[in-house]
Design a protein around this ligand. Structure first.
Ligand SMILES: Cc1cc2nc3c(=O)[nH]c(=O)nc-3n(C[C@H](O)[C@H](O)[C@H](O)COP(=O)(O)OP(=O)(O)OC[C@H]3O[C@@H](n4cnc5c(N)ncnc54)[C@H](O)[C@@H]3O)c2cc1C
Length: 583
């Protein structure tokens, strides 16, 4: 019998799975559960979600205060290959392994990119694309239920928001909320940042502009628990037409010609007999940026040379599967006050301190605001041959796609409304600088010697030297900020790398210390034309197939200058309308 936990129906054995459903979804993560809930909500269609990982138990949820779950099996155990331009260091690849996927373990920052960045998605998609800012804003509003901060907190900290940029639909249970307390030490930080040359303060970043602004947390506004795809799109839903089976791995998609008919799956240890389930209408892959390309490649859809090497019969040669891989990258720069600390006003803690999710404040800034040398950096990038820093022997379609990306990126770099740097303000000196757009593209491919093992993740971090230029400019921006006259009485001191580290030495320090991910992987099944290295079309169907689509972070063709969860919720909501429209 299916077990019932937190009102959610979970199947654990393949025999409980019916022979056929309208939709079979691979992965009960952020996008997968959103799509499953919305497709099943009016009772018209039956949906099965197959999830590799487990459902976190009530005990673990309660022990974590509904927020952070210290469950040993909650993350995949994947490490990148050594990164040549990062002193051969490897990087742990963090992705969530449970019902809820990465939304169950993320940092709960709830932001979106700027209008010009999403307009770039449409530009890469080609004429008539509806994935521009105007075409996606309604889905951001539908996907997330906004809860404003309490009035005292908003007044004390100058927290403003744009009601036109947010939705409050009753049927939407993914929440964006504010804690009831903020650290008063943020106030002098905010003041100093607001005085940086060129800094603007929009009402809200959610309206599509860069600048210094407050942003909410993915948090239930009543219990202050994590609000994630499981709580928003799975718990408390009792529908006979919505089933999830956990602890089973989808091995490949089944086809009749190039029409997807269902999937093949087995227990995650691979010890059970292989099972199949049919999809009457569509198979939807929502396995995330790391595993979606693997499932496609194991199904014979991917770069021909790689599939040949792995002895996988080629169904469709789509060179872009597993390519175009991008992620945000960051570095911590150490500072201390050598002479006391800035005075902070007393602000009453209006609630429980533990409700602080942090960070809720940051500067999101474009290259022309970061550095006066911005045009030199852009010109150097513009002059590059598109193939110069791509993997050797890249398919001509990948090179053509990169050329289009480069042209677009040059435009984005010159625009102040591109979030190129994120500097989260957290009430202490120094902190992290995050590059929100990288130009070095990596790969995530099956290991031809062991295709069913975890895929090979290669960030190819810093392979394009322009990423080094930009990170060095980010650090210099932080130095200028820490040098603000507001902070002078407190003697800010850079403890690492130290202000004497500049020029080539700073670049070497970056190579030694960069973290090439903020756990926002995208683009391994990018929404672009096939001849541009794309994998899915504007309607998210895999090129050259019928009844097969991808809906997860992997379809983003270009990083938004923002943490990625709200963009994933948005694209999943838009995908549901596209999927329903073709029935
Ligand atoms: C540590 C961390 C911190 C982050 N912090 C933030 C943040 O503060 N703010 C923000 O906006 N974003 C953040 N993110 C990013 C954000 O959470 C992700 O972009 C988003 O959740 C990805 O959603 P997805 O649907 O693409 O994939 P996921 O949510 O990862 O879902 C993929 C699902 O597919 C399952 N799956 C994979 N392969 C198979 C298979 N073969 N068979 C069956 N199931 C399979 C997986 O187990 C998983 O459940 C963070 C991510 C991480 C990991």
């Amino acid at each position: 019998r299916p077990t019932t936990l937190q009102y959610a129906k979970v199947l654990q054995r393949a025999e409980q799975v019916k022979e056929e459903y309208d939709y079979v979804i691979v992965g009960a993560g952020t996008a997968g559960l959103t799509v499953a809930d919305r497709l099943s909500e009016d009772g018209k269609y039956s949906v099965l979600v197959i999830e590799y990982c487990h459902l976190i138990s009530d005990e673990v949820i309660l022990a974590g205060g509904g927020r952070s779950f210290s469950d040993p099996g909650i993350r995949y155990n994947i490490t990148s290959i050594p990164q040549e331009d990062m002193a051969n260091r490897r990087q742990q690849v963090l992705i969530g392994c449970c019902v809820g996927g990465s939304s169950a373990i993320n940092g709960m920052v709830m932001v979106r990119g700027t209008a010009i960045e999403y307009d770039g998605w449409a530009e890469l998609g080609g004429p008539g694309s509806t994935w521009n800012w105007d075409g996606i804003l309604p889905y951001f509003k539908k996907a997330i239920h906004f809860n404003p901060p309490n009035e005292d907190l908003a007044e004390a900290f100058n927290i403003t928001w744009d009601p036109n940029a947010w939705g409050q639909e009753a049927k939407t249970h993914i929440h964006a909320s504010f804690p009831t307390y903020q650290n008063p030490a943020l106030i002098p930080m905010y003041k100093a940042m607001s005085k940086m040359p060129g800094m603007v303060i929009p009402k809200d970043g959610a309206g599509g502009k860069s600048g210094l602004f407050w942003f909410p947390t993915s948090m239930d506004p009543v219990k202050f628990w994590r609000s994630y795809s499981r709580t928003g799109h799975y718990d408390n839903i009792t529908r006979d037409n919505y089933e999830v089976i956990t602890l089973h791995k989808v091995q490949k998609i089944l086809f009749d010609g190039t029409t997807a008919t269902g999937v093949q799956f087995a227990t995650r240890d691979g010890n059970s007999t292989v099972q199949t389930v049919k999809a009457r209408k569509e198979v939807i892959i929502s396995a995330g940026t790391v595993h979606t390309p693997q499932i496609l490649q194991l199904s014979g859809i991917g770069p021909k040379a790689l599939l040949d090497e792995a002895n996988i019969p080629v169904l469709l040669n789509i060179p872009g599967v597993g390519q175009n891989f991008q992620d945000h990258a960051y570095l911590s720069v150490g500072y201390s006050w050598s002479n006391g600390t800035p005075p902070v006003p007393v602000v009453e803690a209006n609630g429980d301190r533990s409700t602080v999710a942090g960070p809720n404040l940051g500067a999101w800034i474009g290259l022309p605001v970061i550095t006066p040398e911005w045009e030199d950096i852009v010109s150097r990038y513009e002059a590059q041959d598109p193939a110069q820093f791509l993997p050797a022997n890249s398919d001509p379609t990948i090179v053509a796609g990169y050329a289009a990306f480069q042209k677009l990126h040059v435009k984005l770099l010159r625009d102040r409304d591109t979030n190129l740097l994120w500097y989260p303000l957290q009430g202490m000196p120094g902190g992290i600088v995050m590059s929100m757009h990288v130009v070095s593209h990596g790969t995530i491919n099956i290991d031809p010697a062991n295709p069913n093992a975890e895929p090979i993740v290669d960030y190819r971090a810093l392979s394009n030297p322009v990423d080094l230029d930009i990170m060095a400019a980010n650090i210099e921006f932080m130095r200028k900020y820490m040098n603000s006259s507001d902070f002078a009485p407190y003697g800010p001191r850079e403890t690492f790398p130290g202000t004497s580290v500049t020029g080539e030495a700073l670049r070497e320090w970056i190579r030694q210390n960069l973290i090439p991910t903020n756990f926002h992987p995208i683009a391994t099944a990018a929404k672009k034309p096939l001849e541009m290295g794309g994998v899915v079309g504007e309607d998210l169907r895999v090129h050259g197939t019928e009844r097969l689509s991808v809906v997860d972070g992997s379809i983003m063709p270009l990083l938004p200058g923002a943490n990625t969860q709200s963009t994933v919720y948005m694209l999943a909501e838009k995908a549901v309308d596209l999927i329903k429209a073709r029935q």
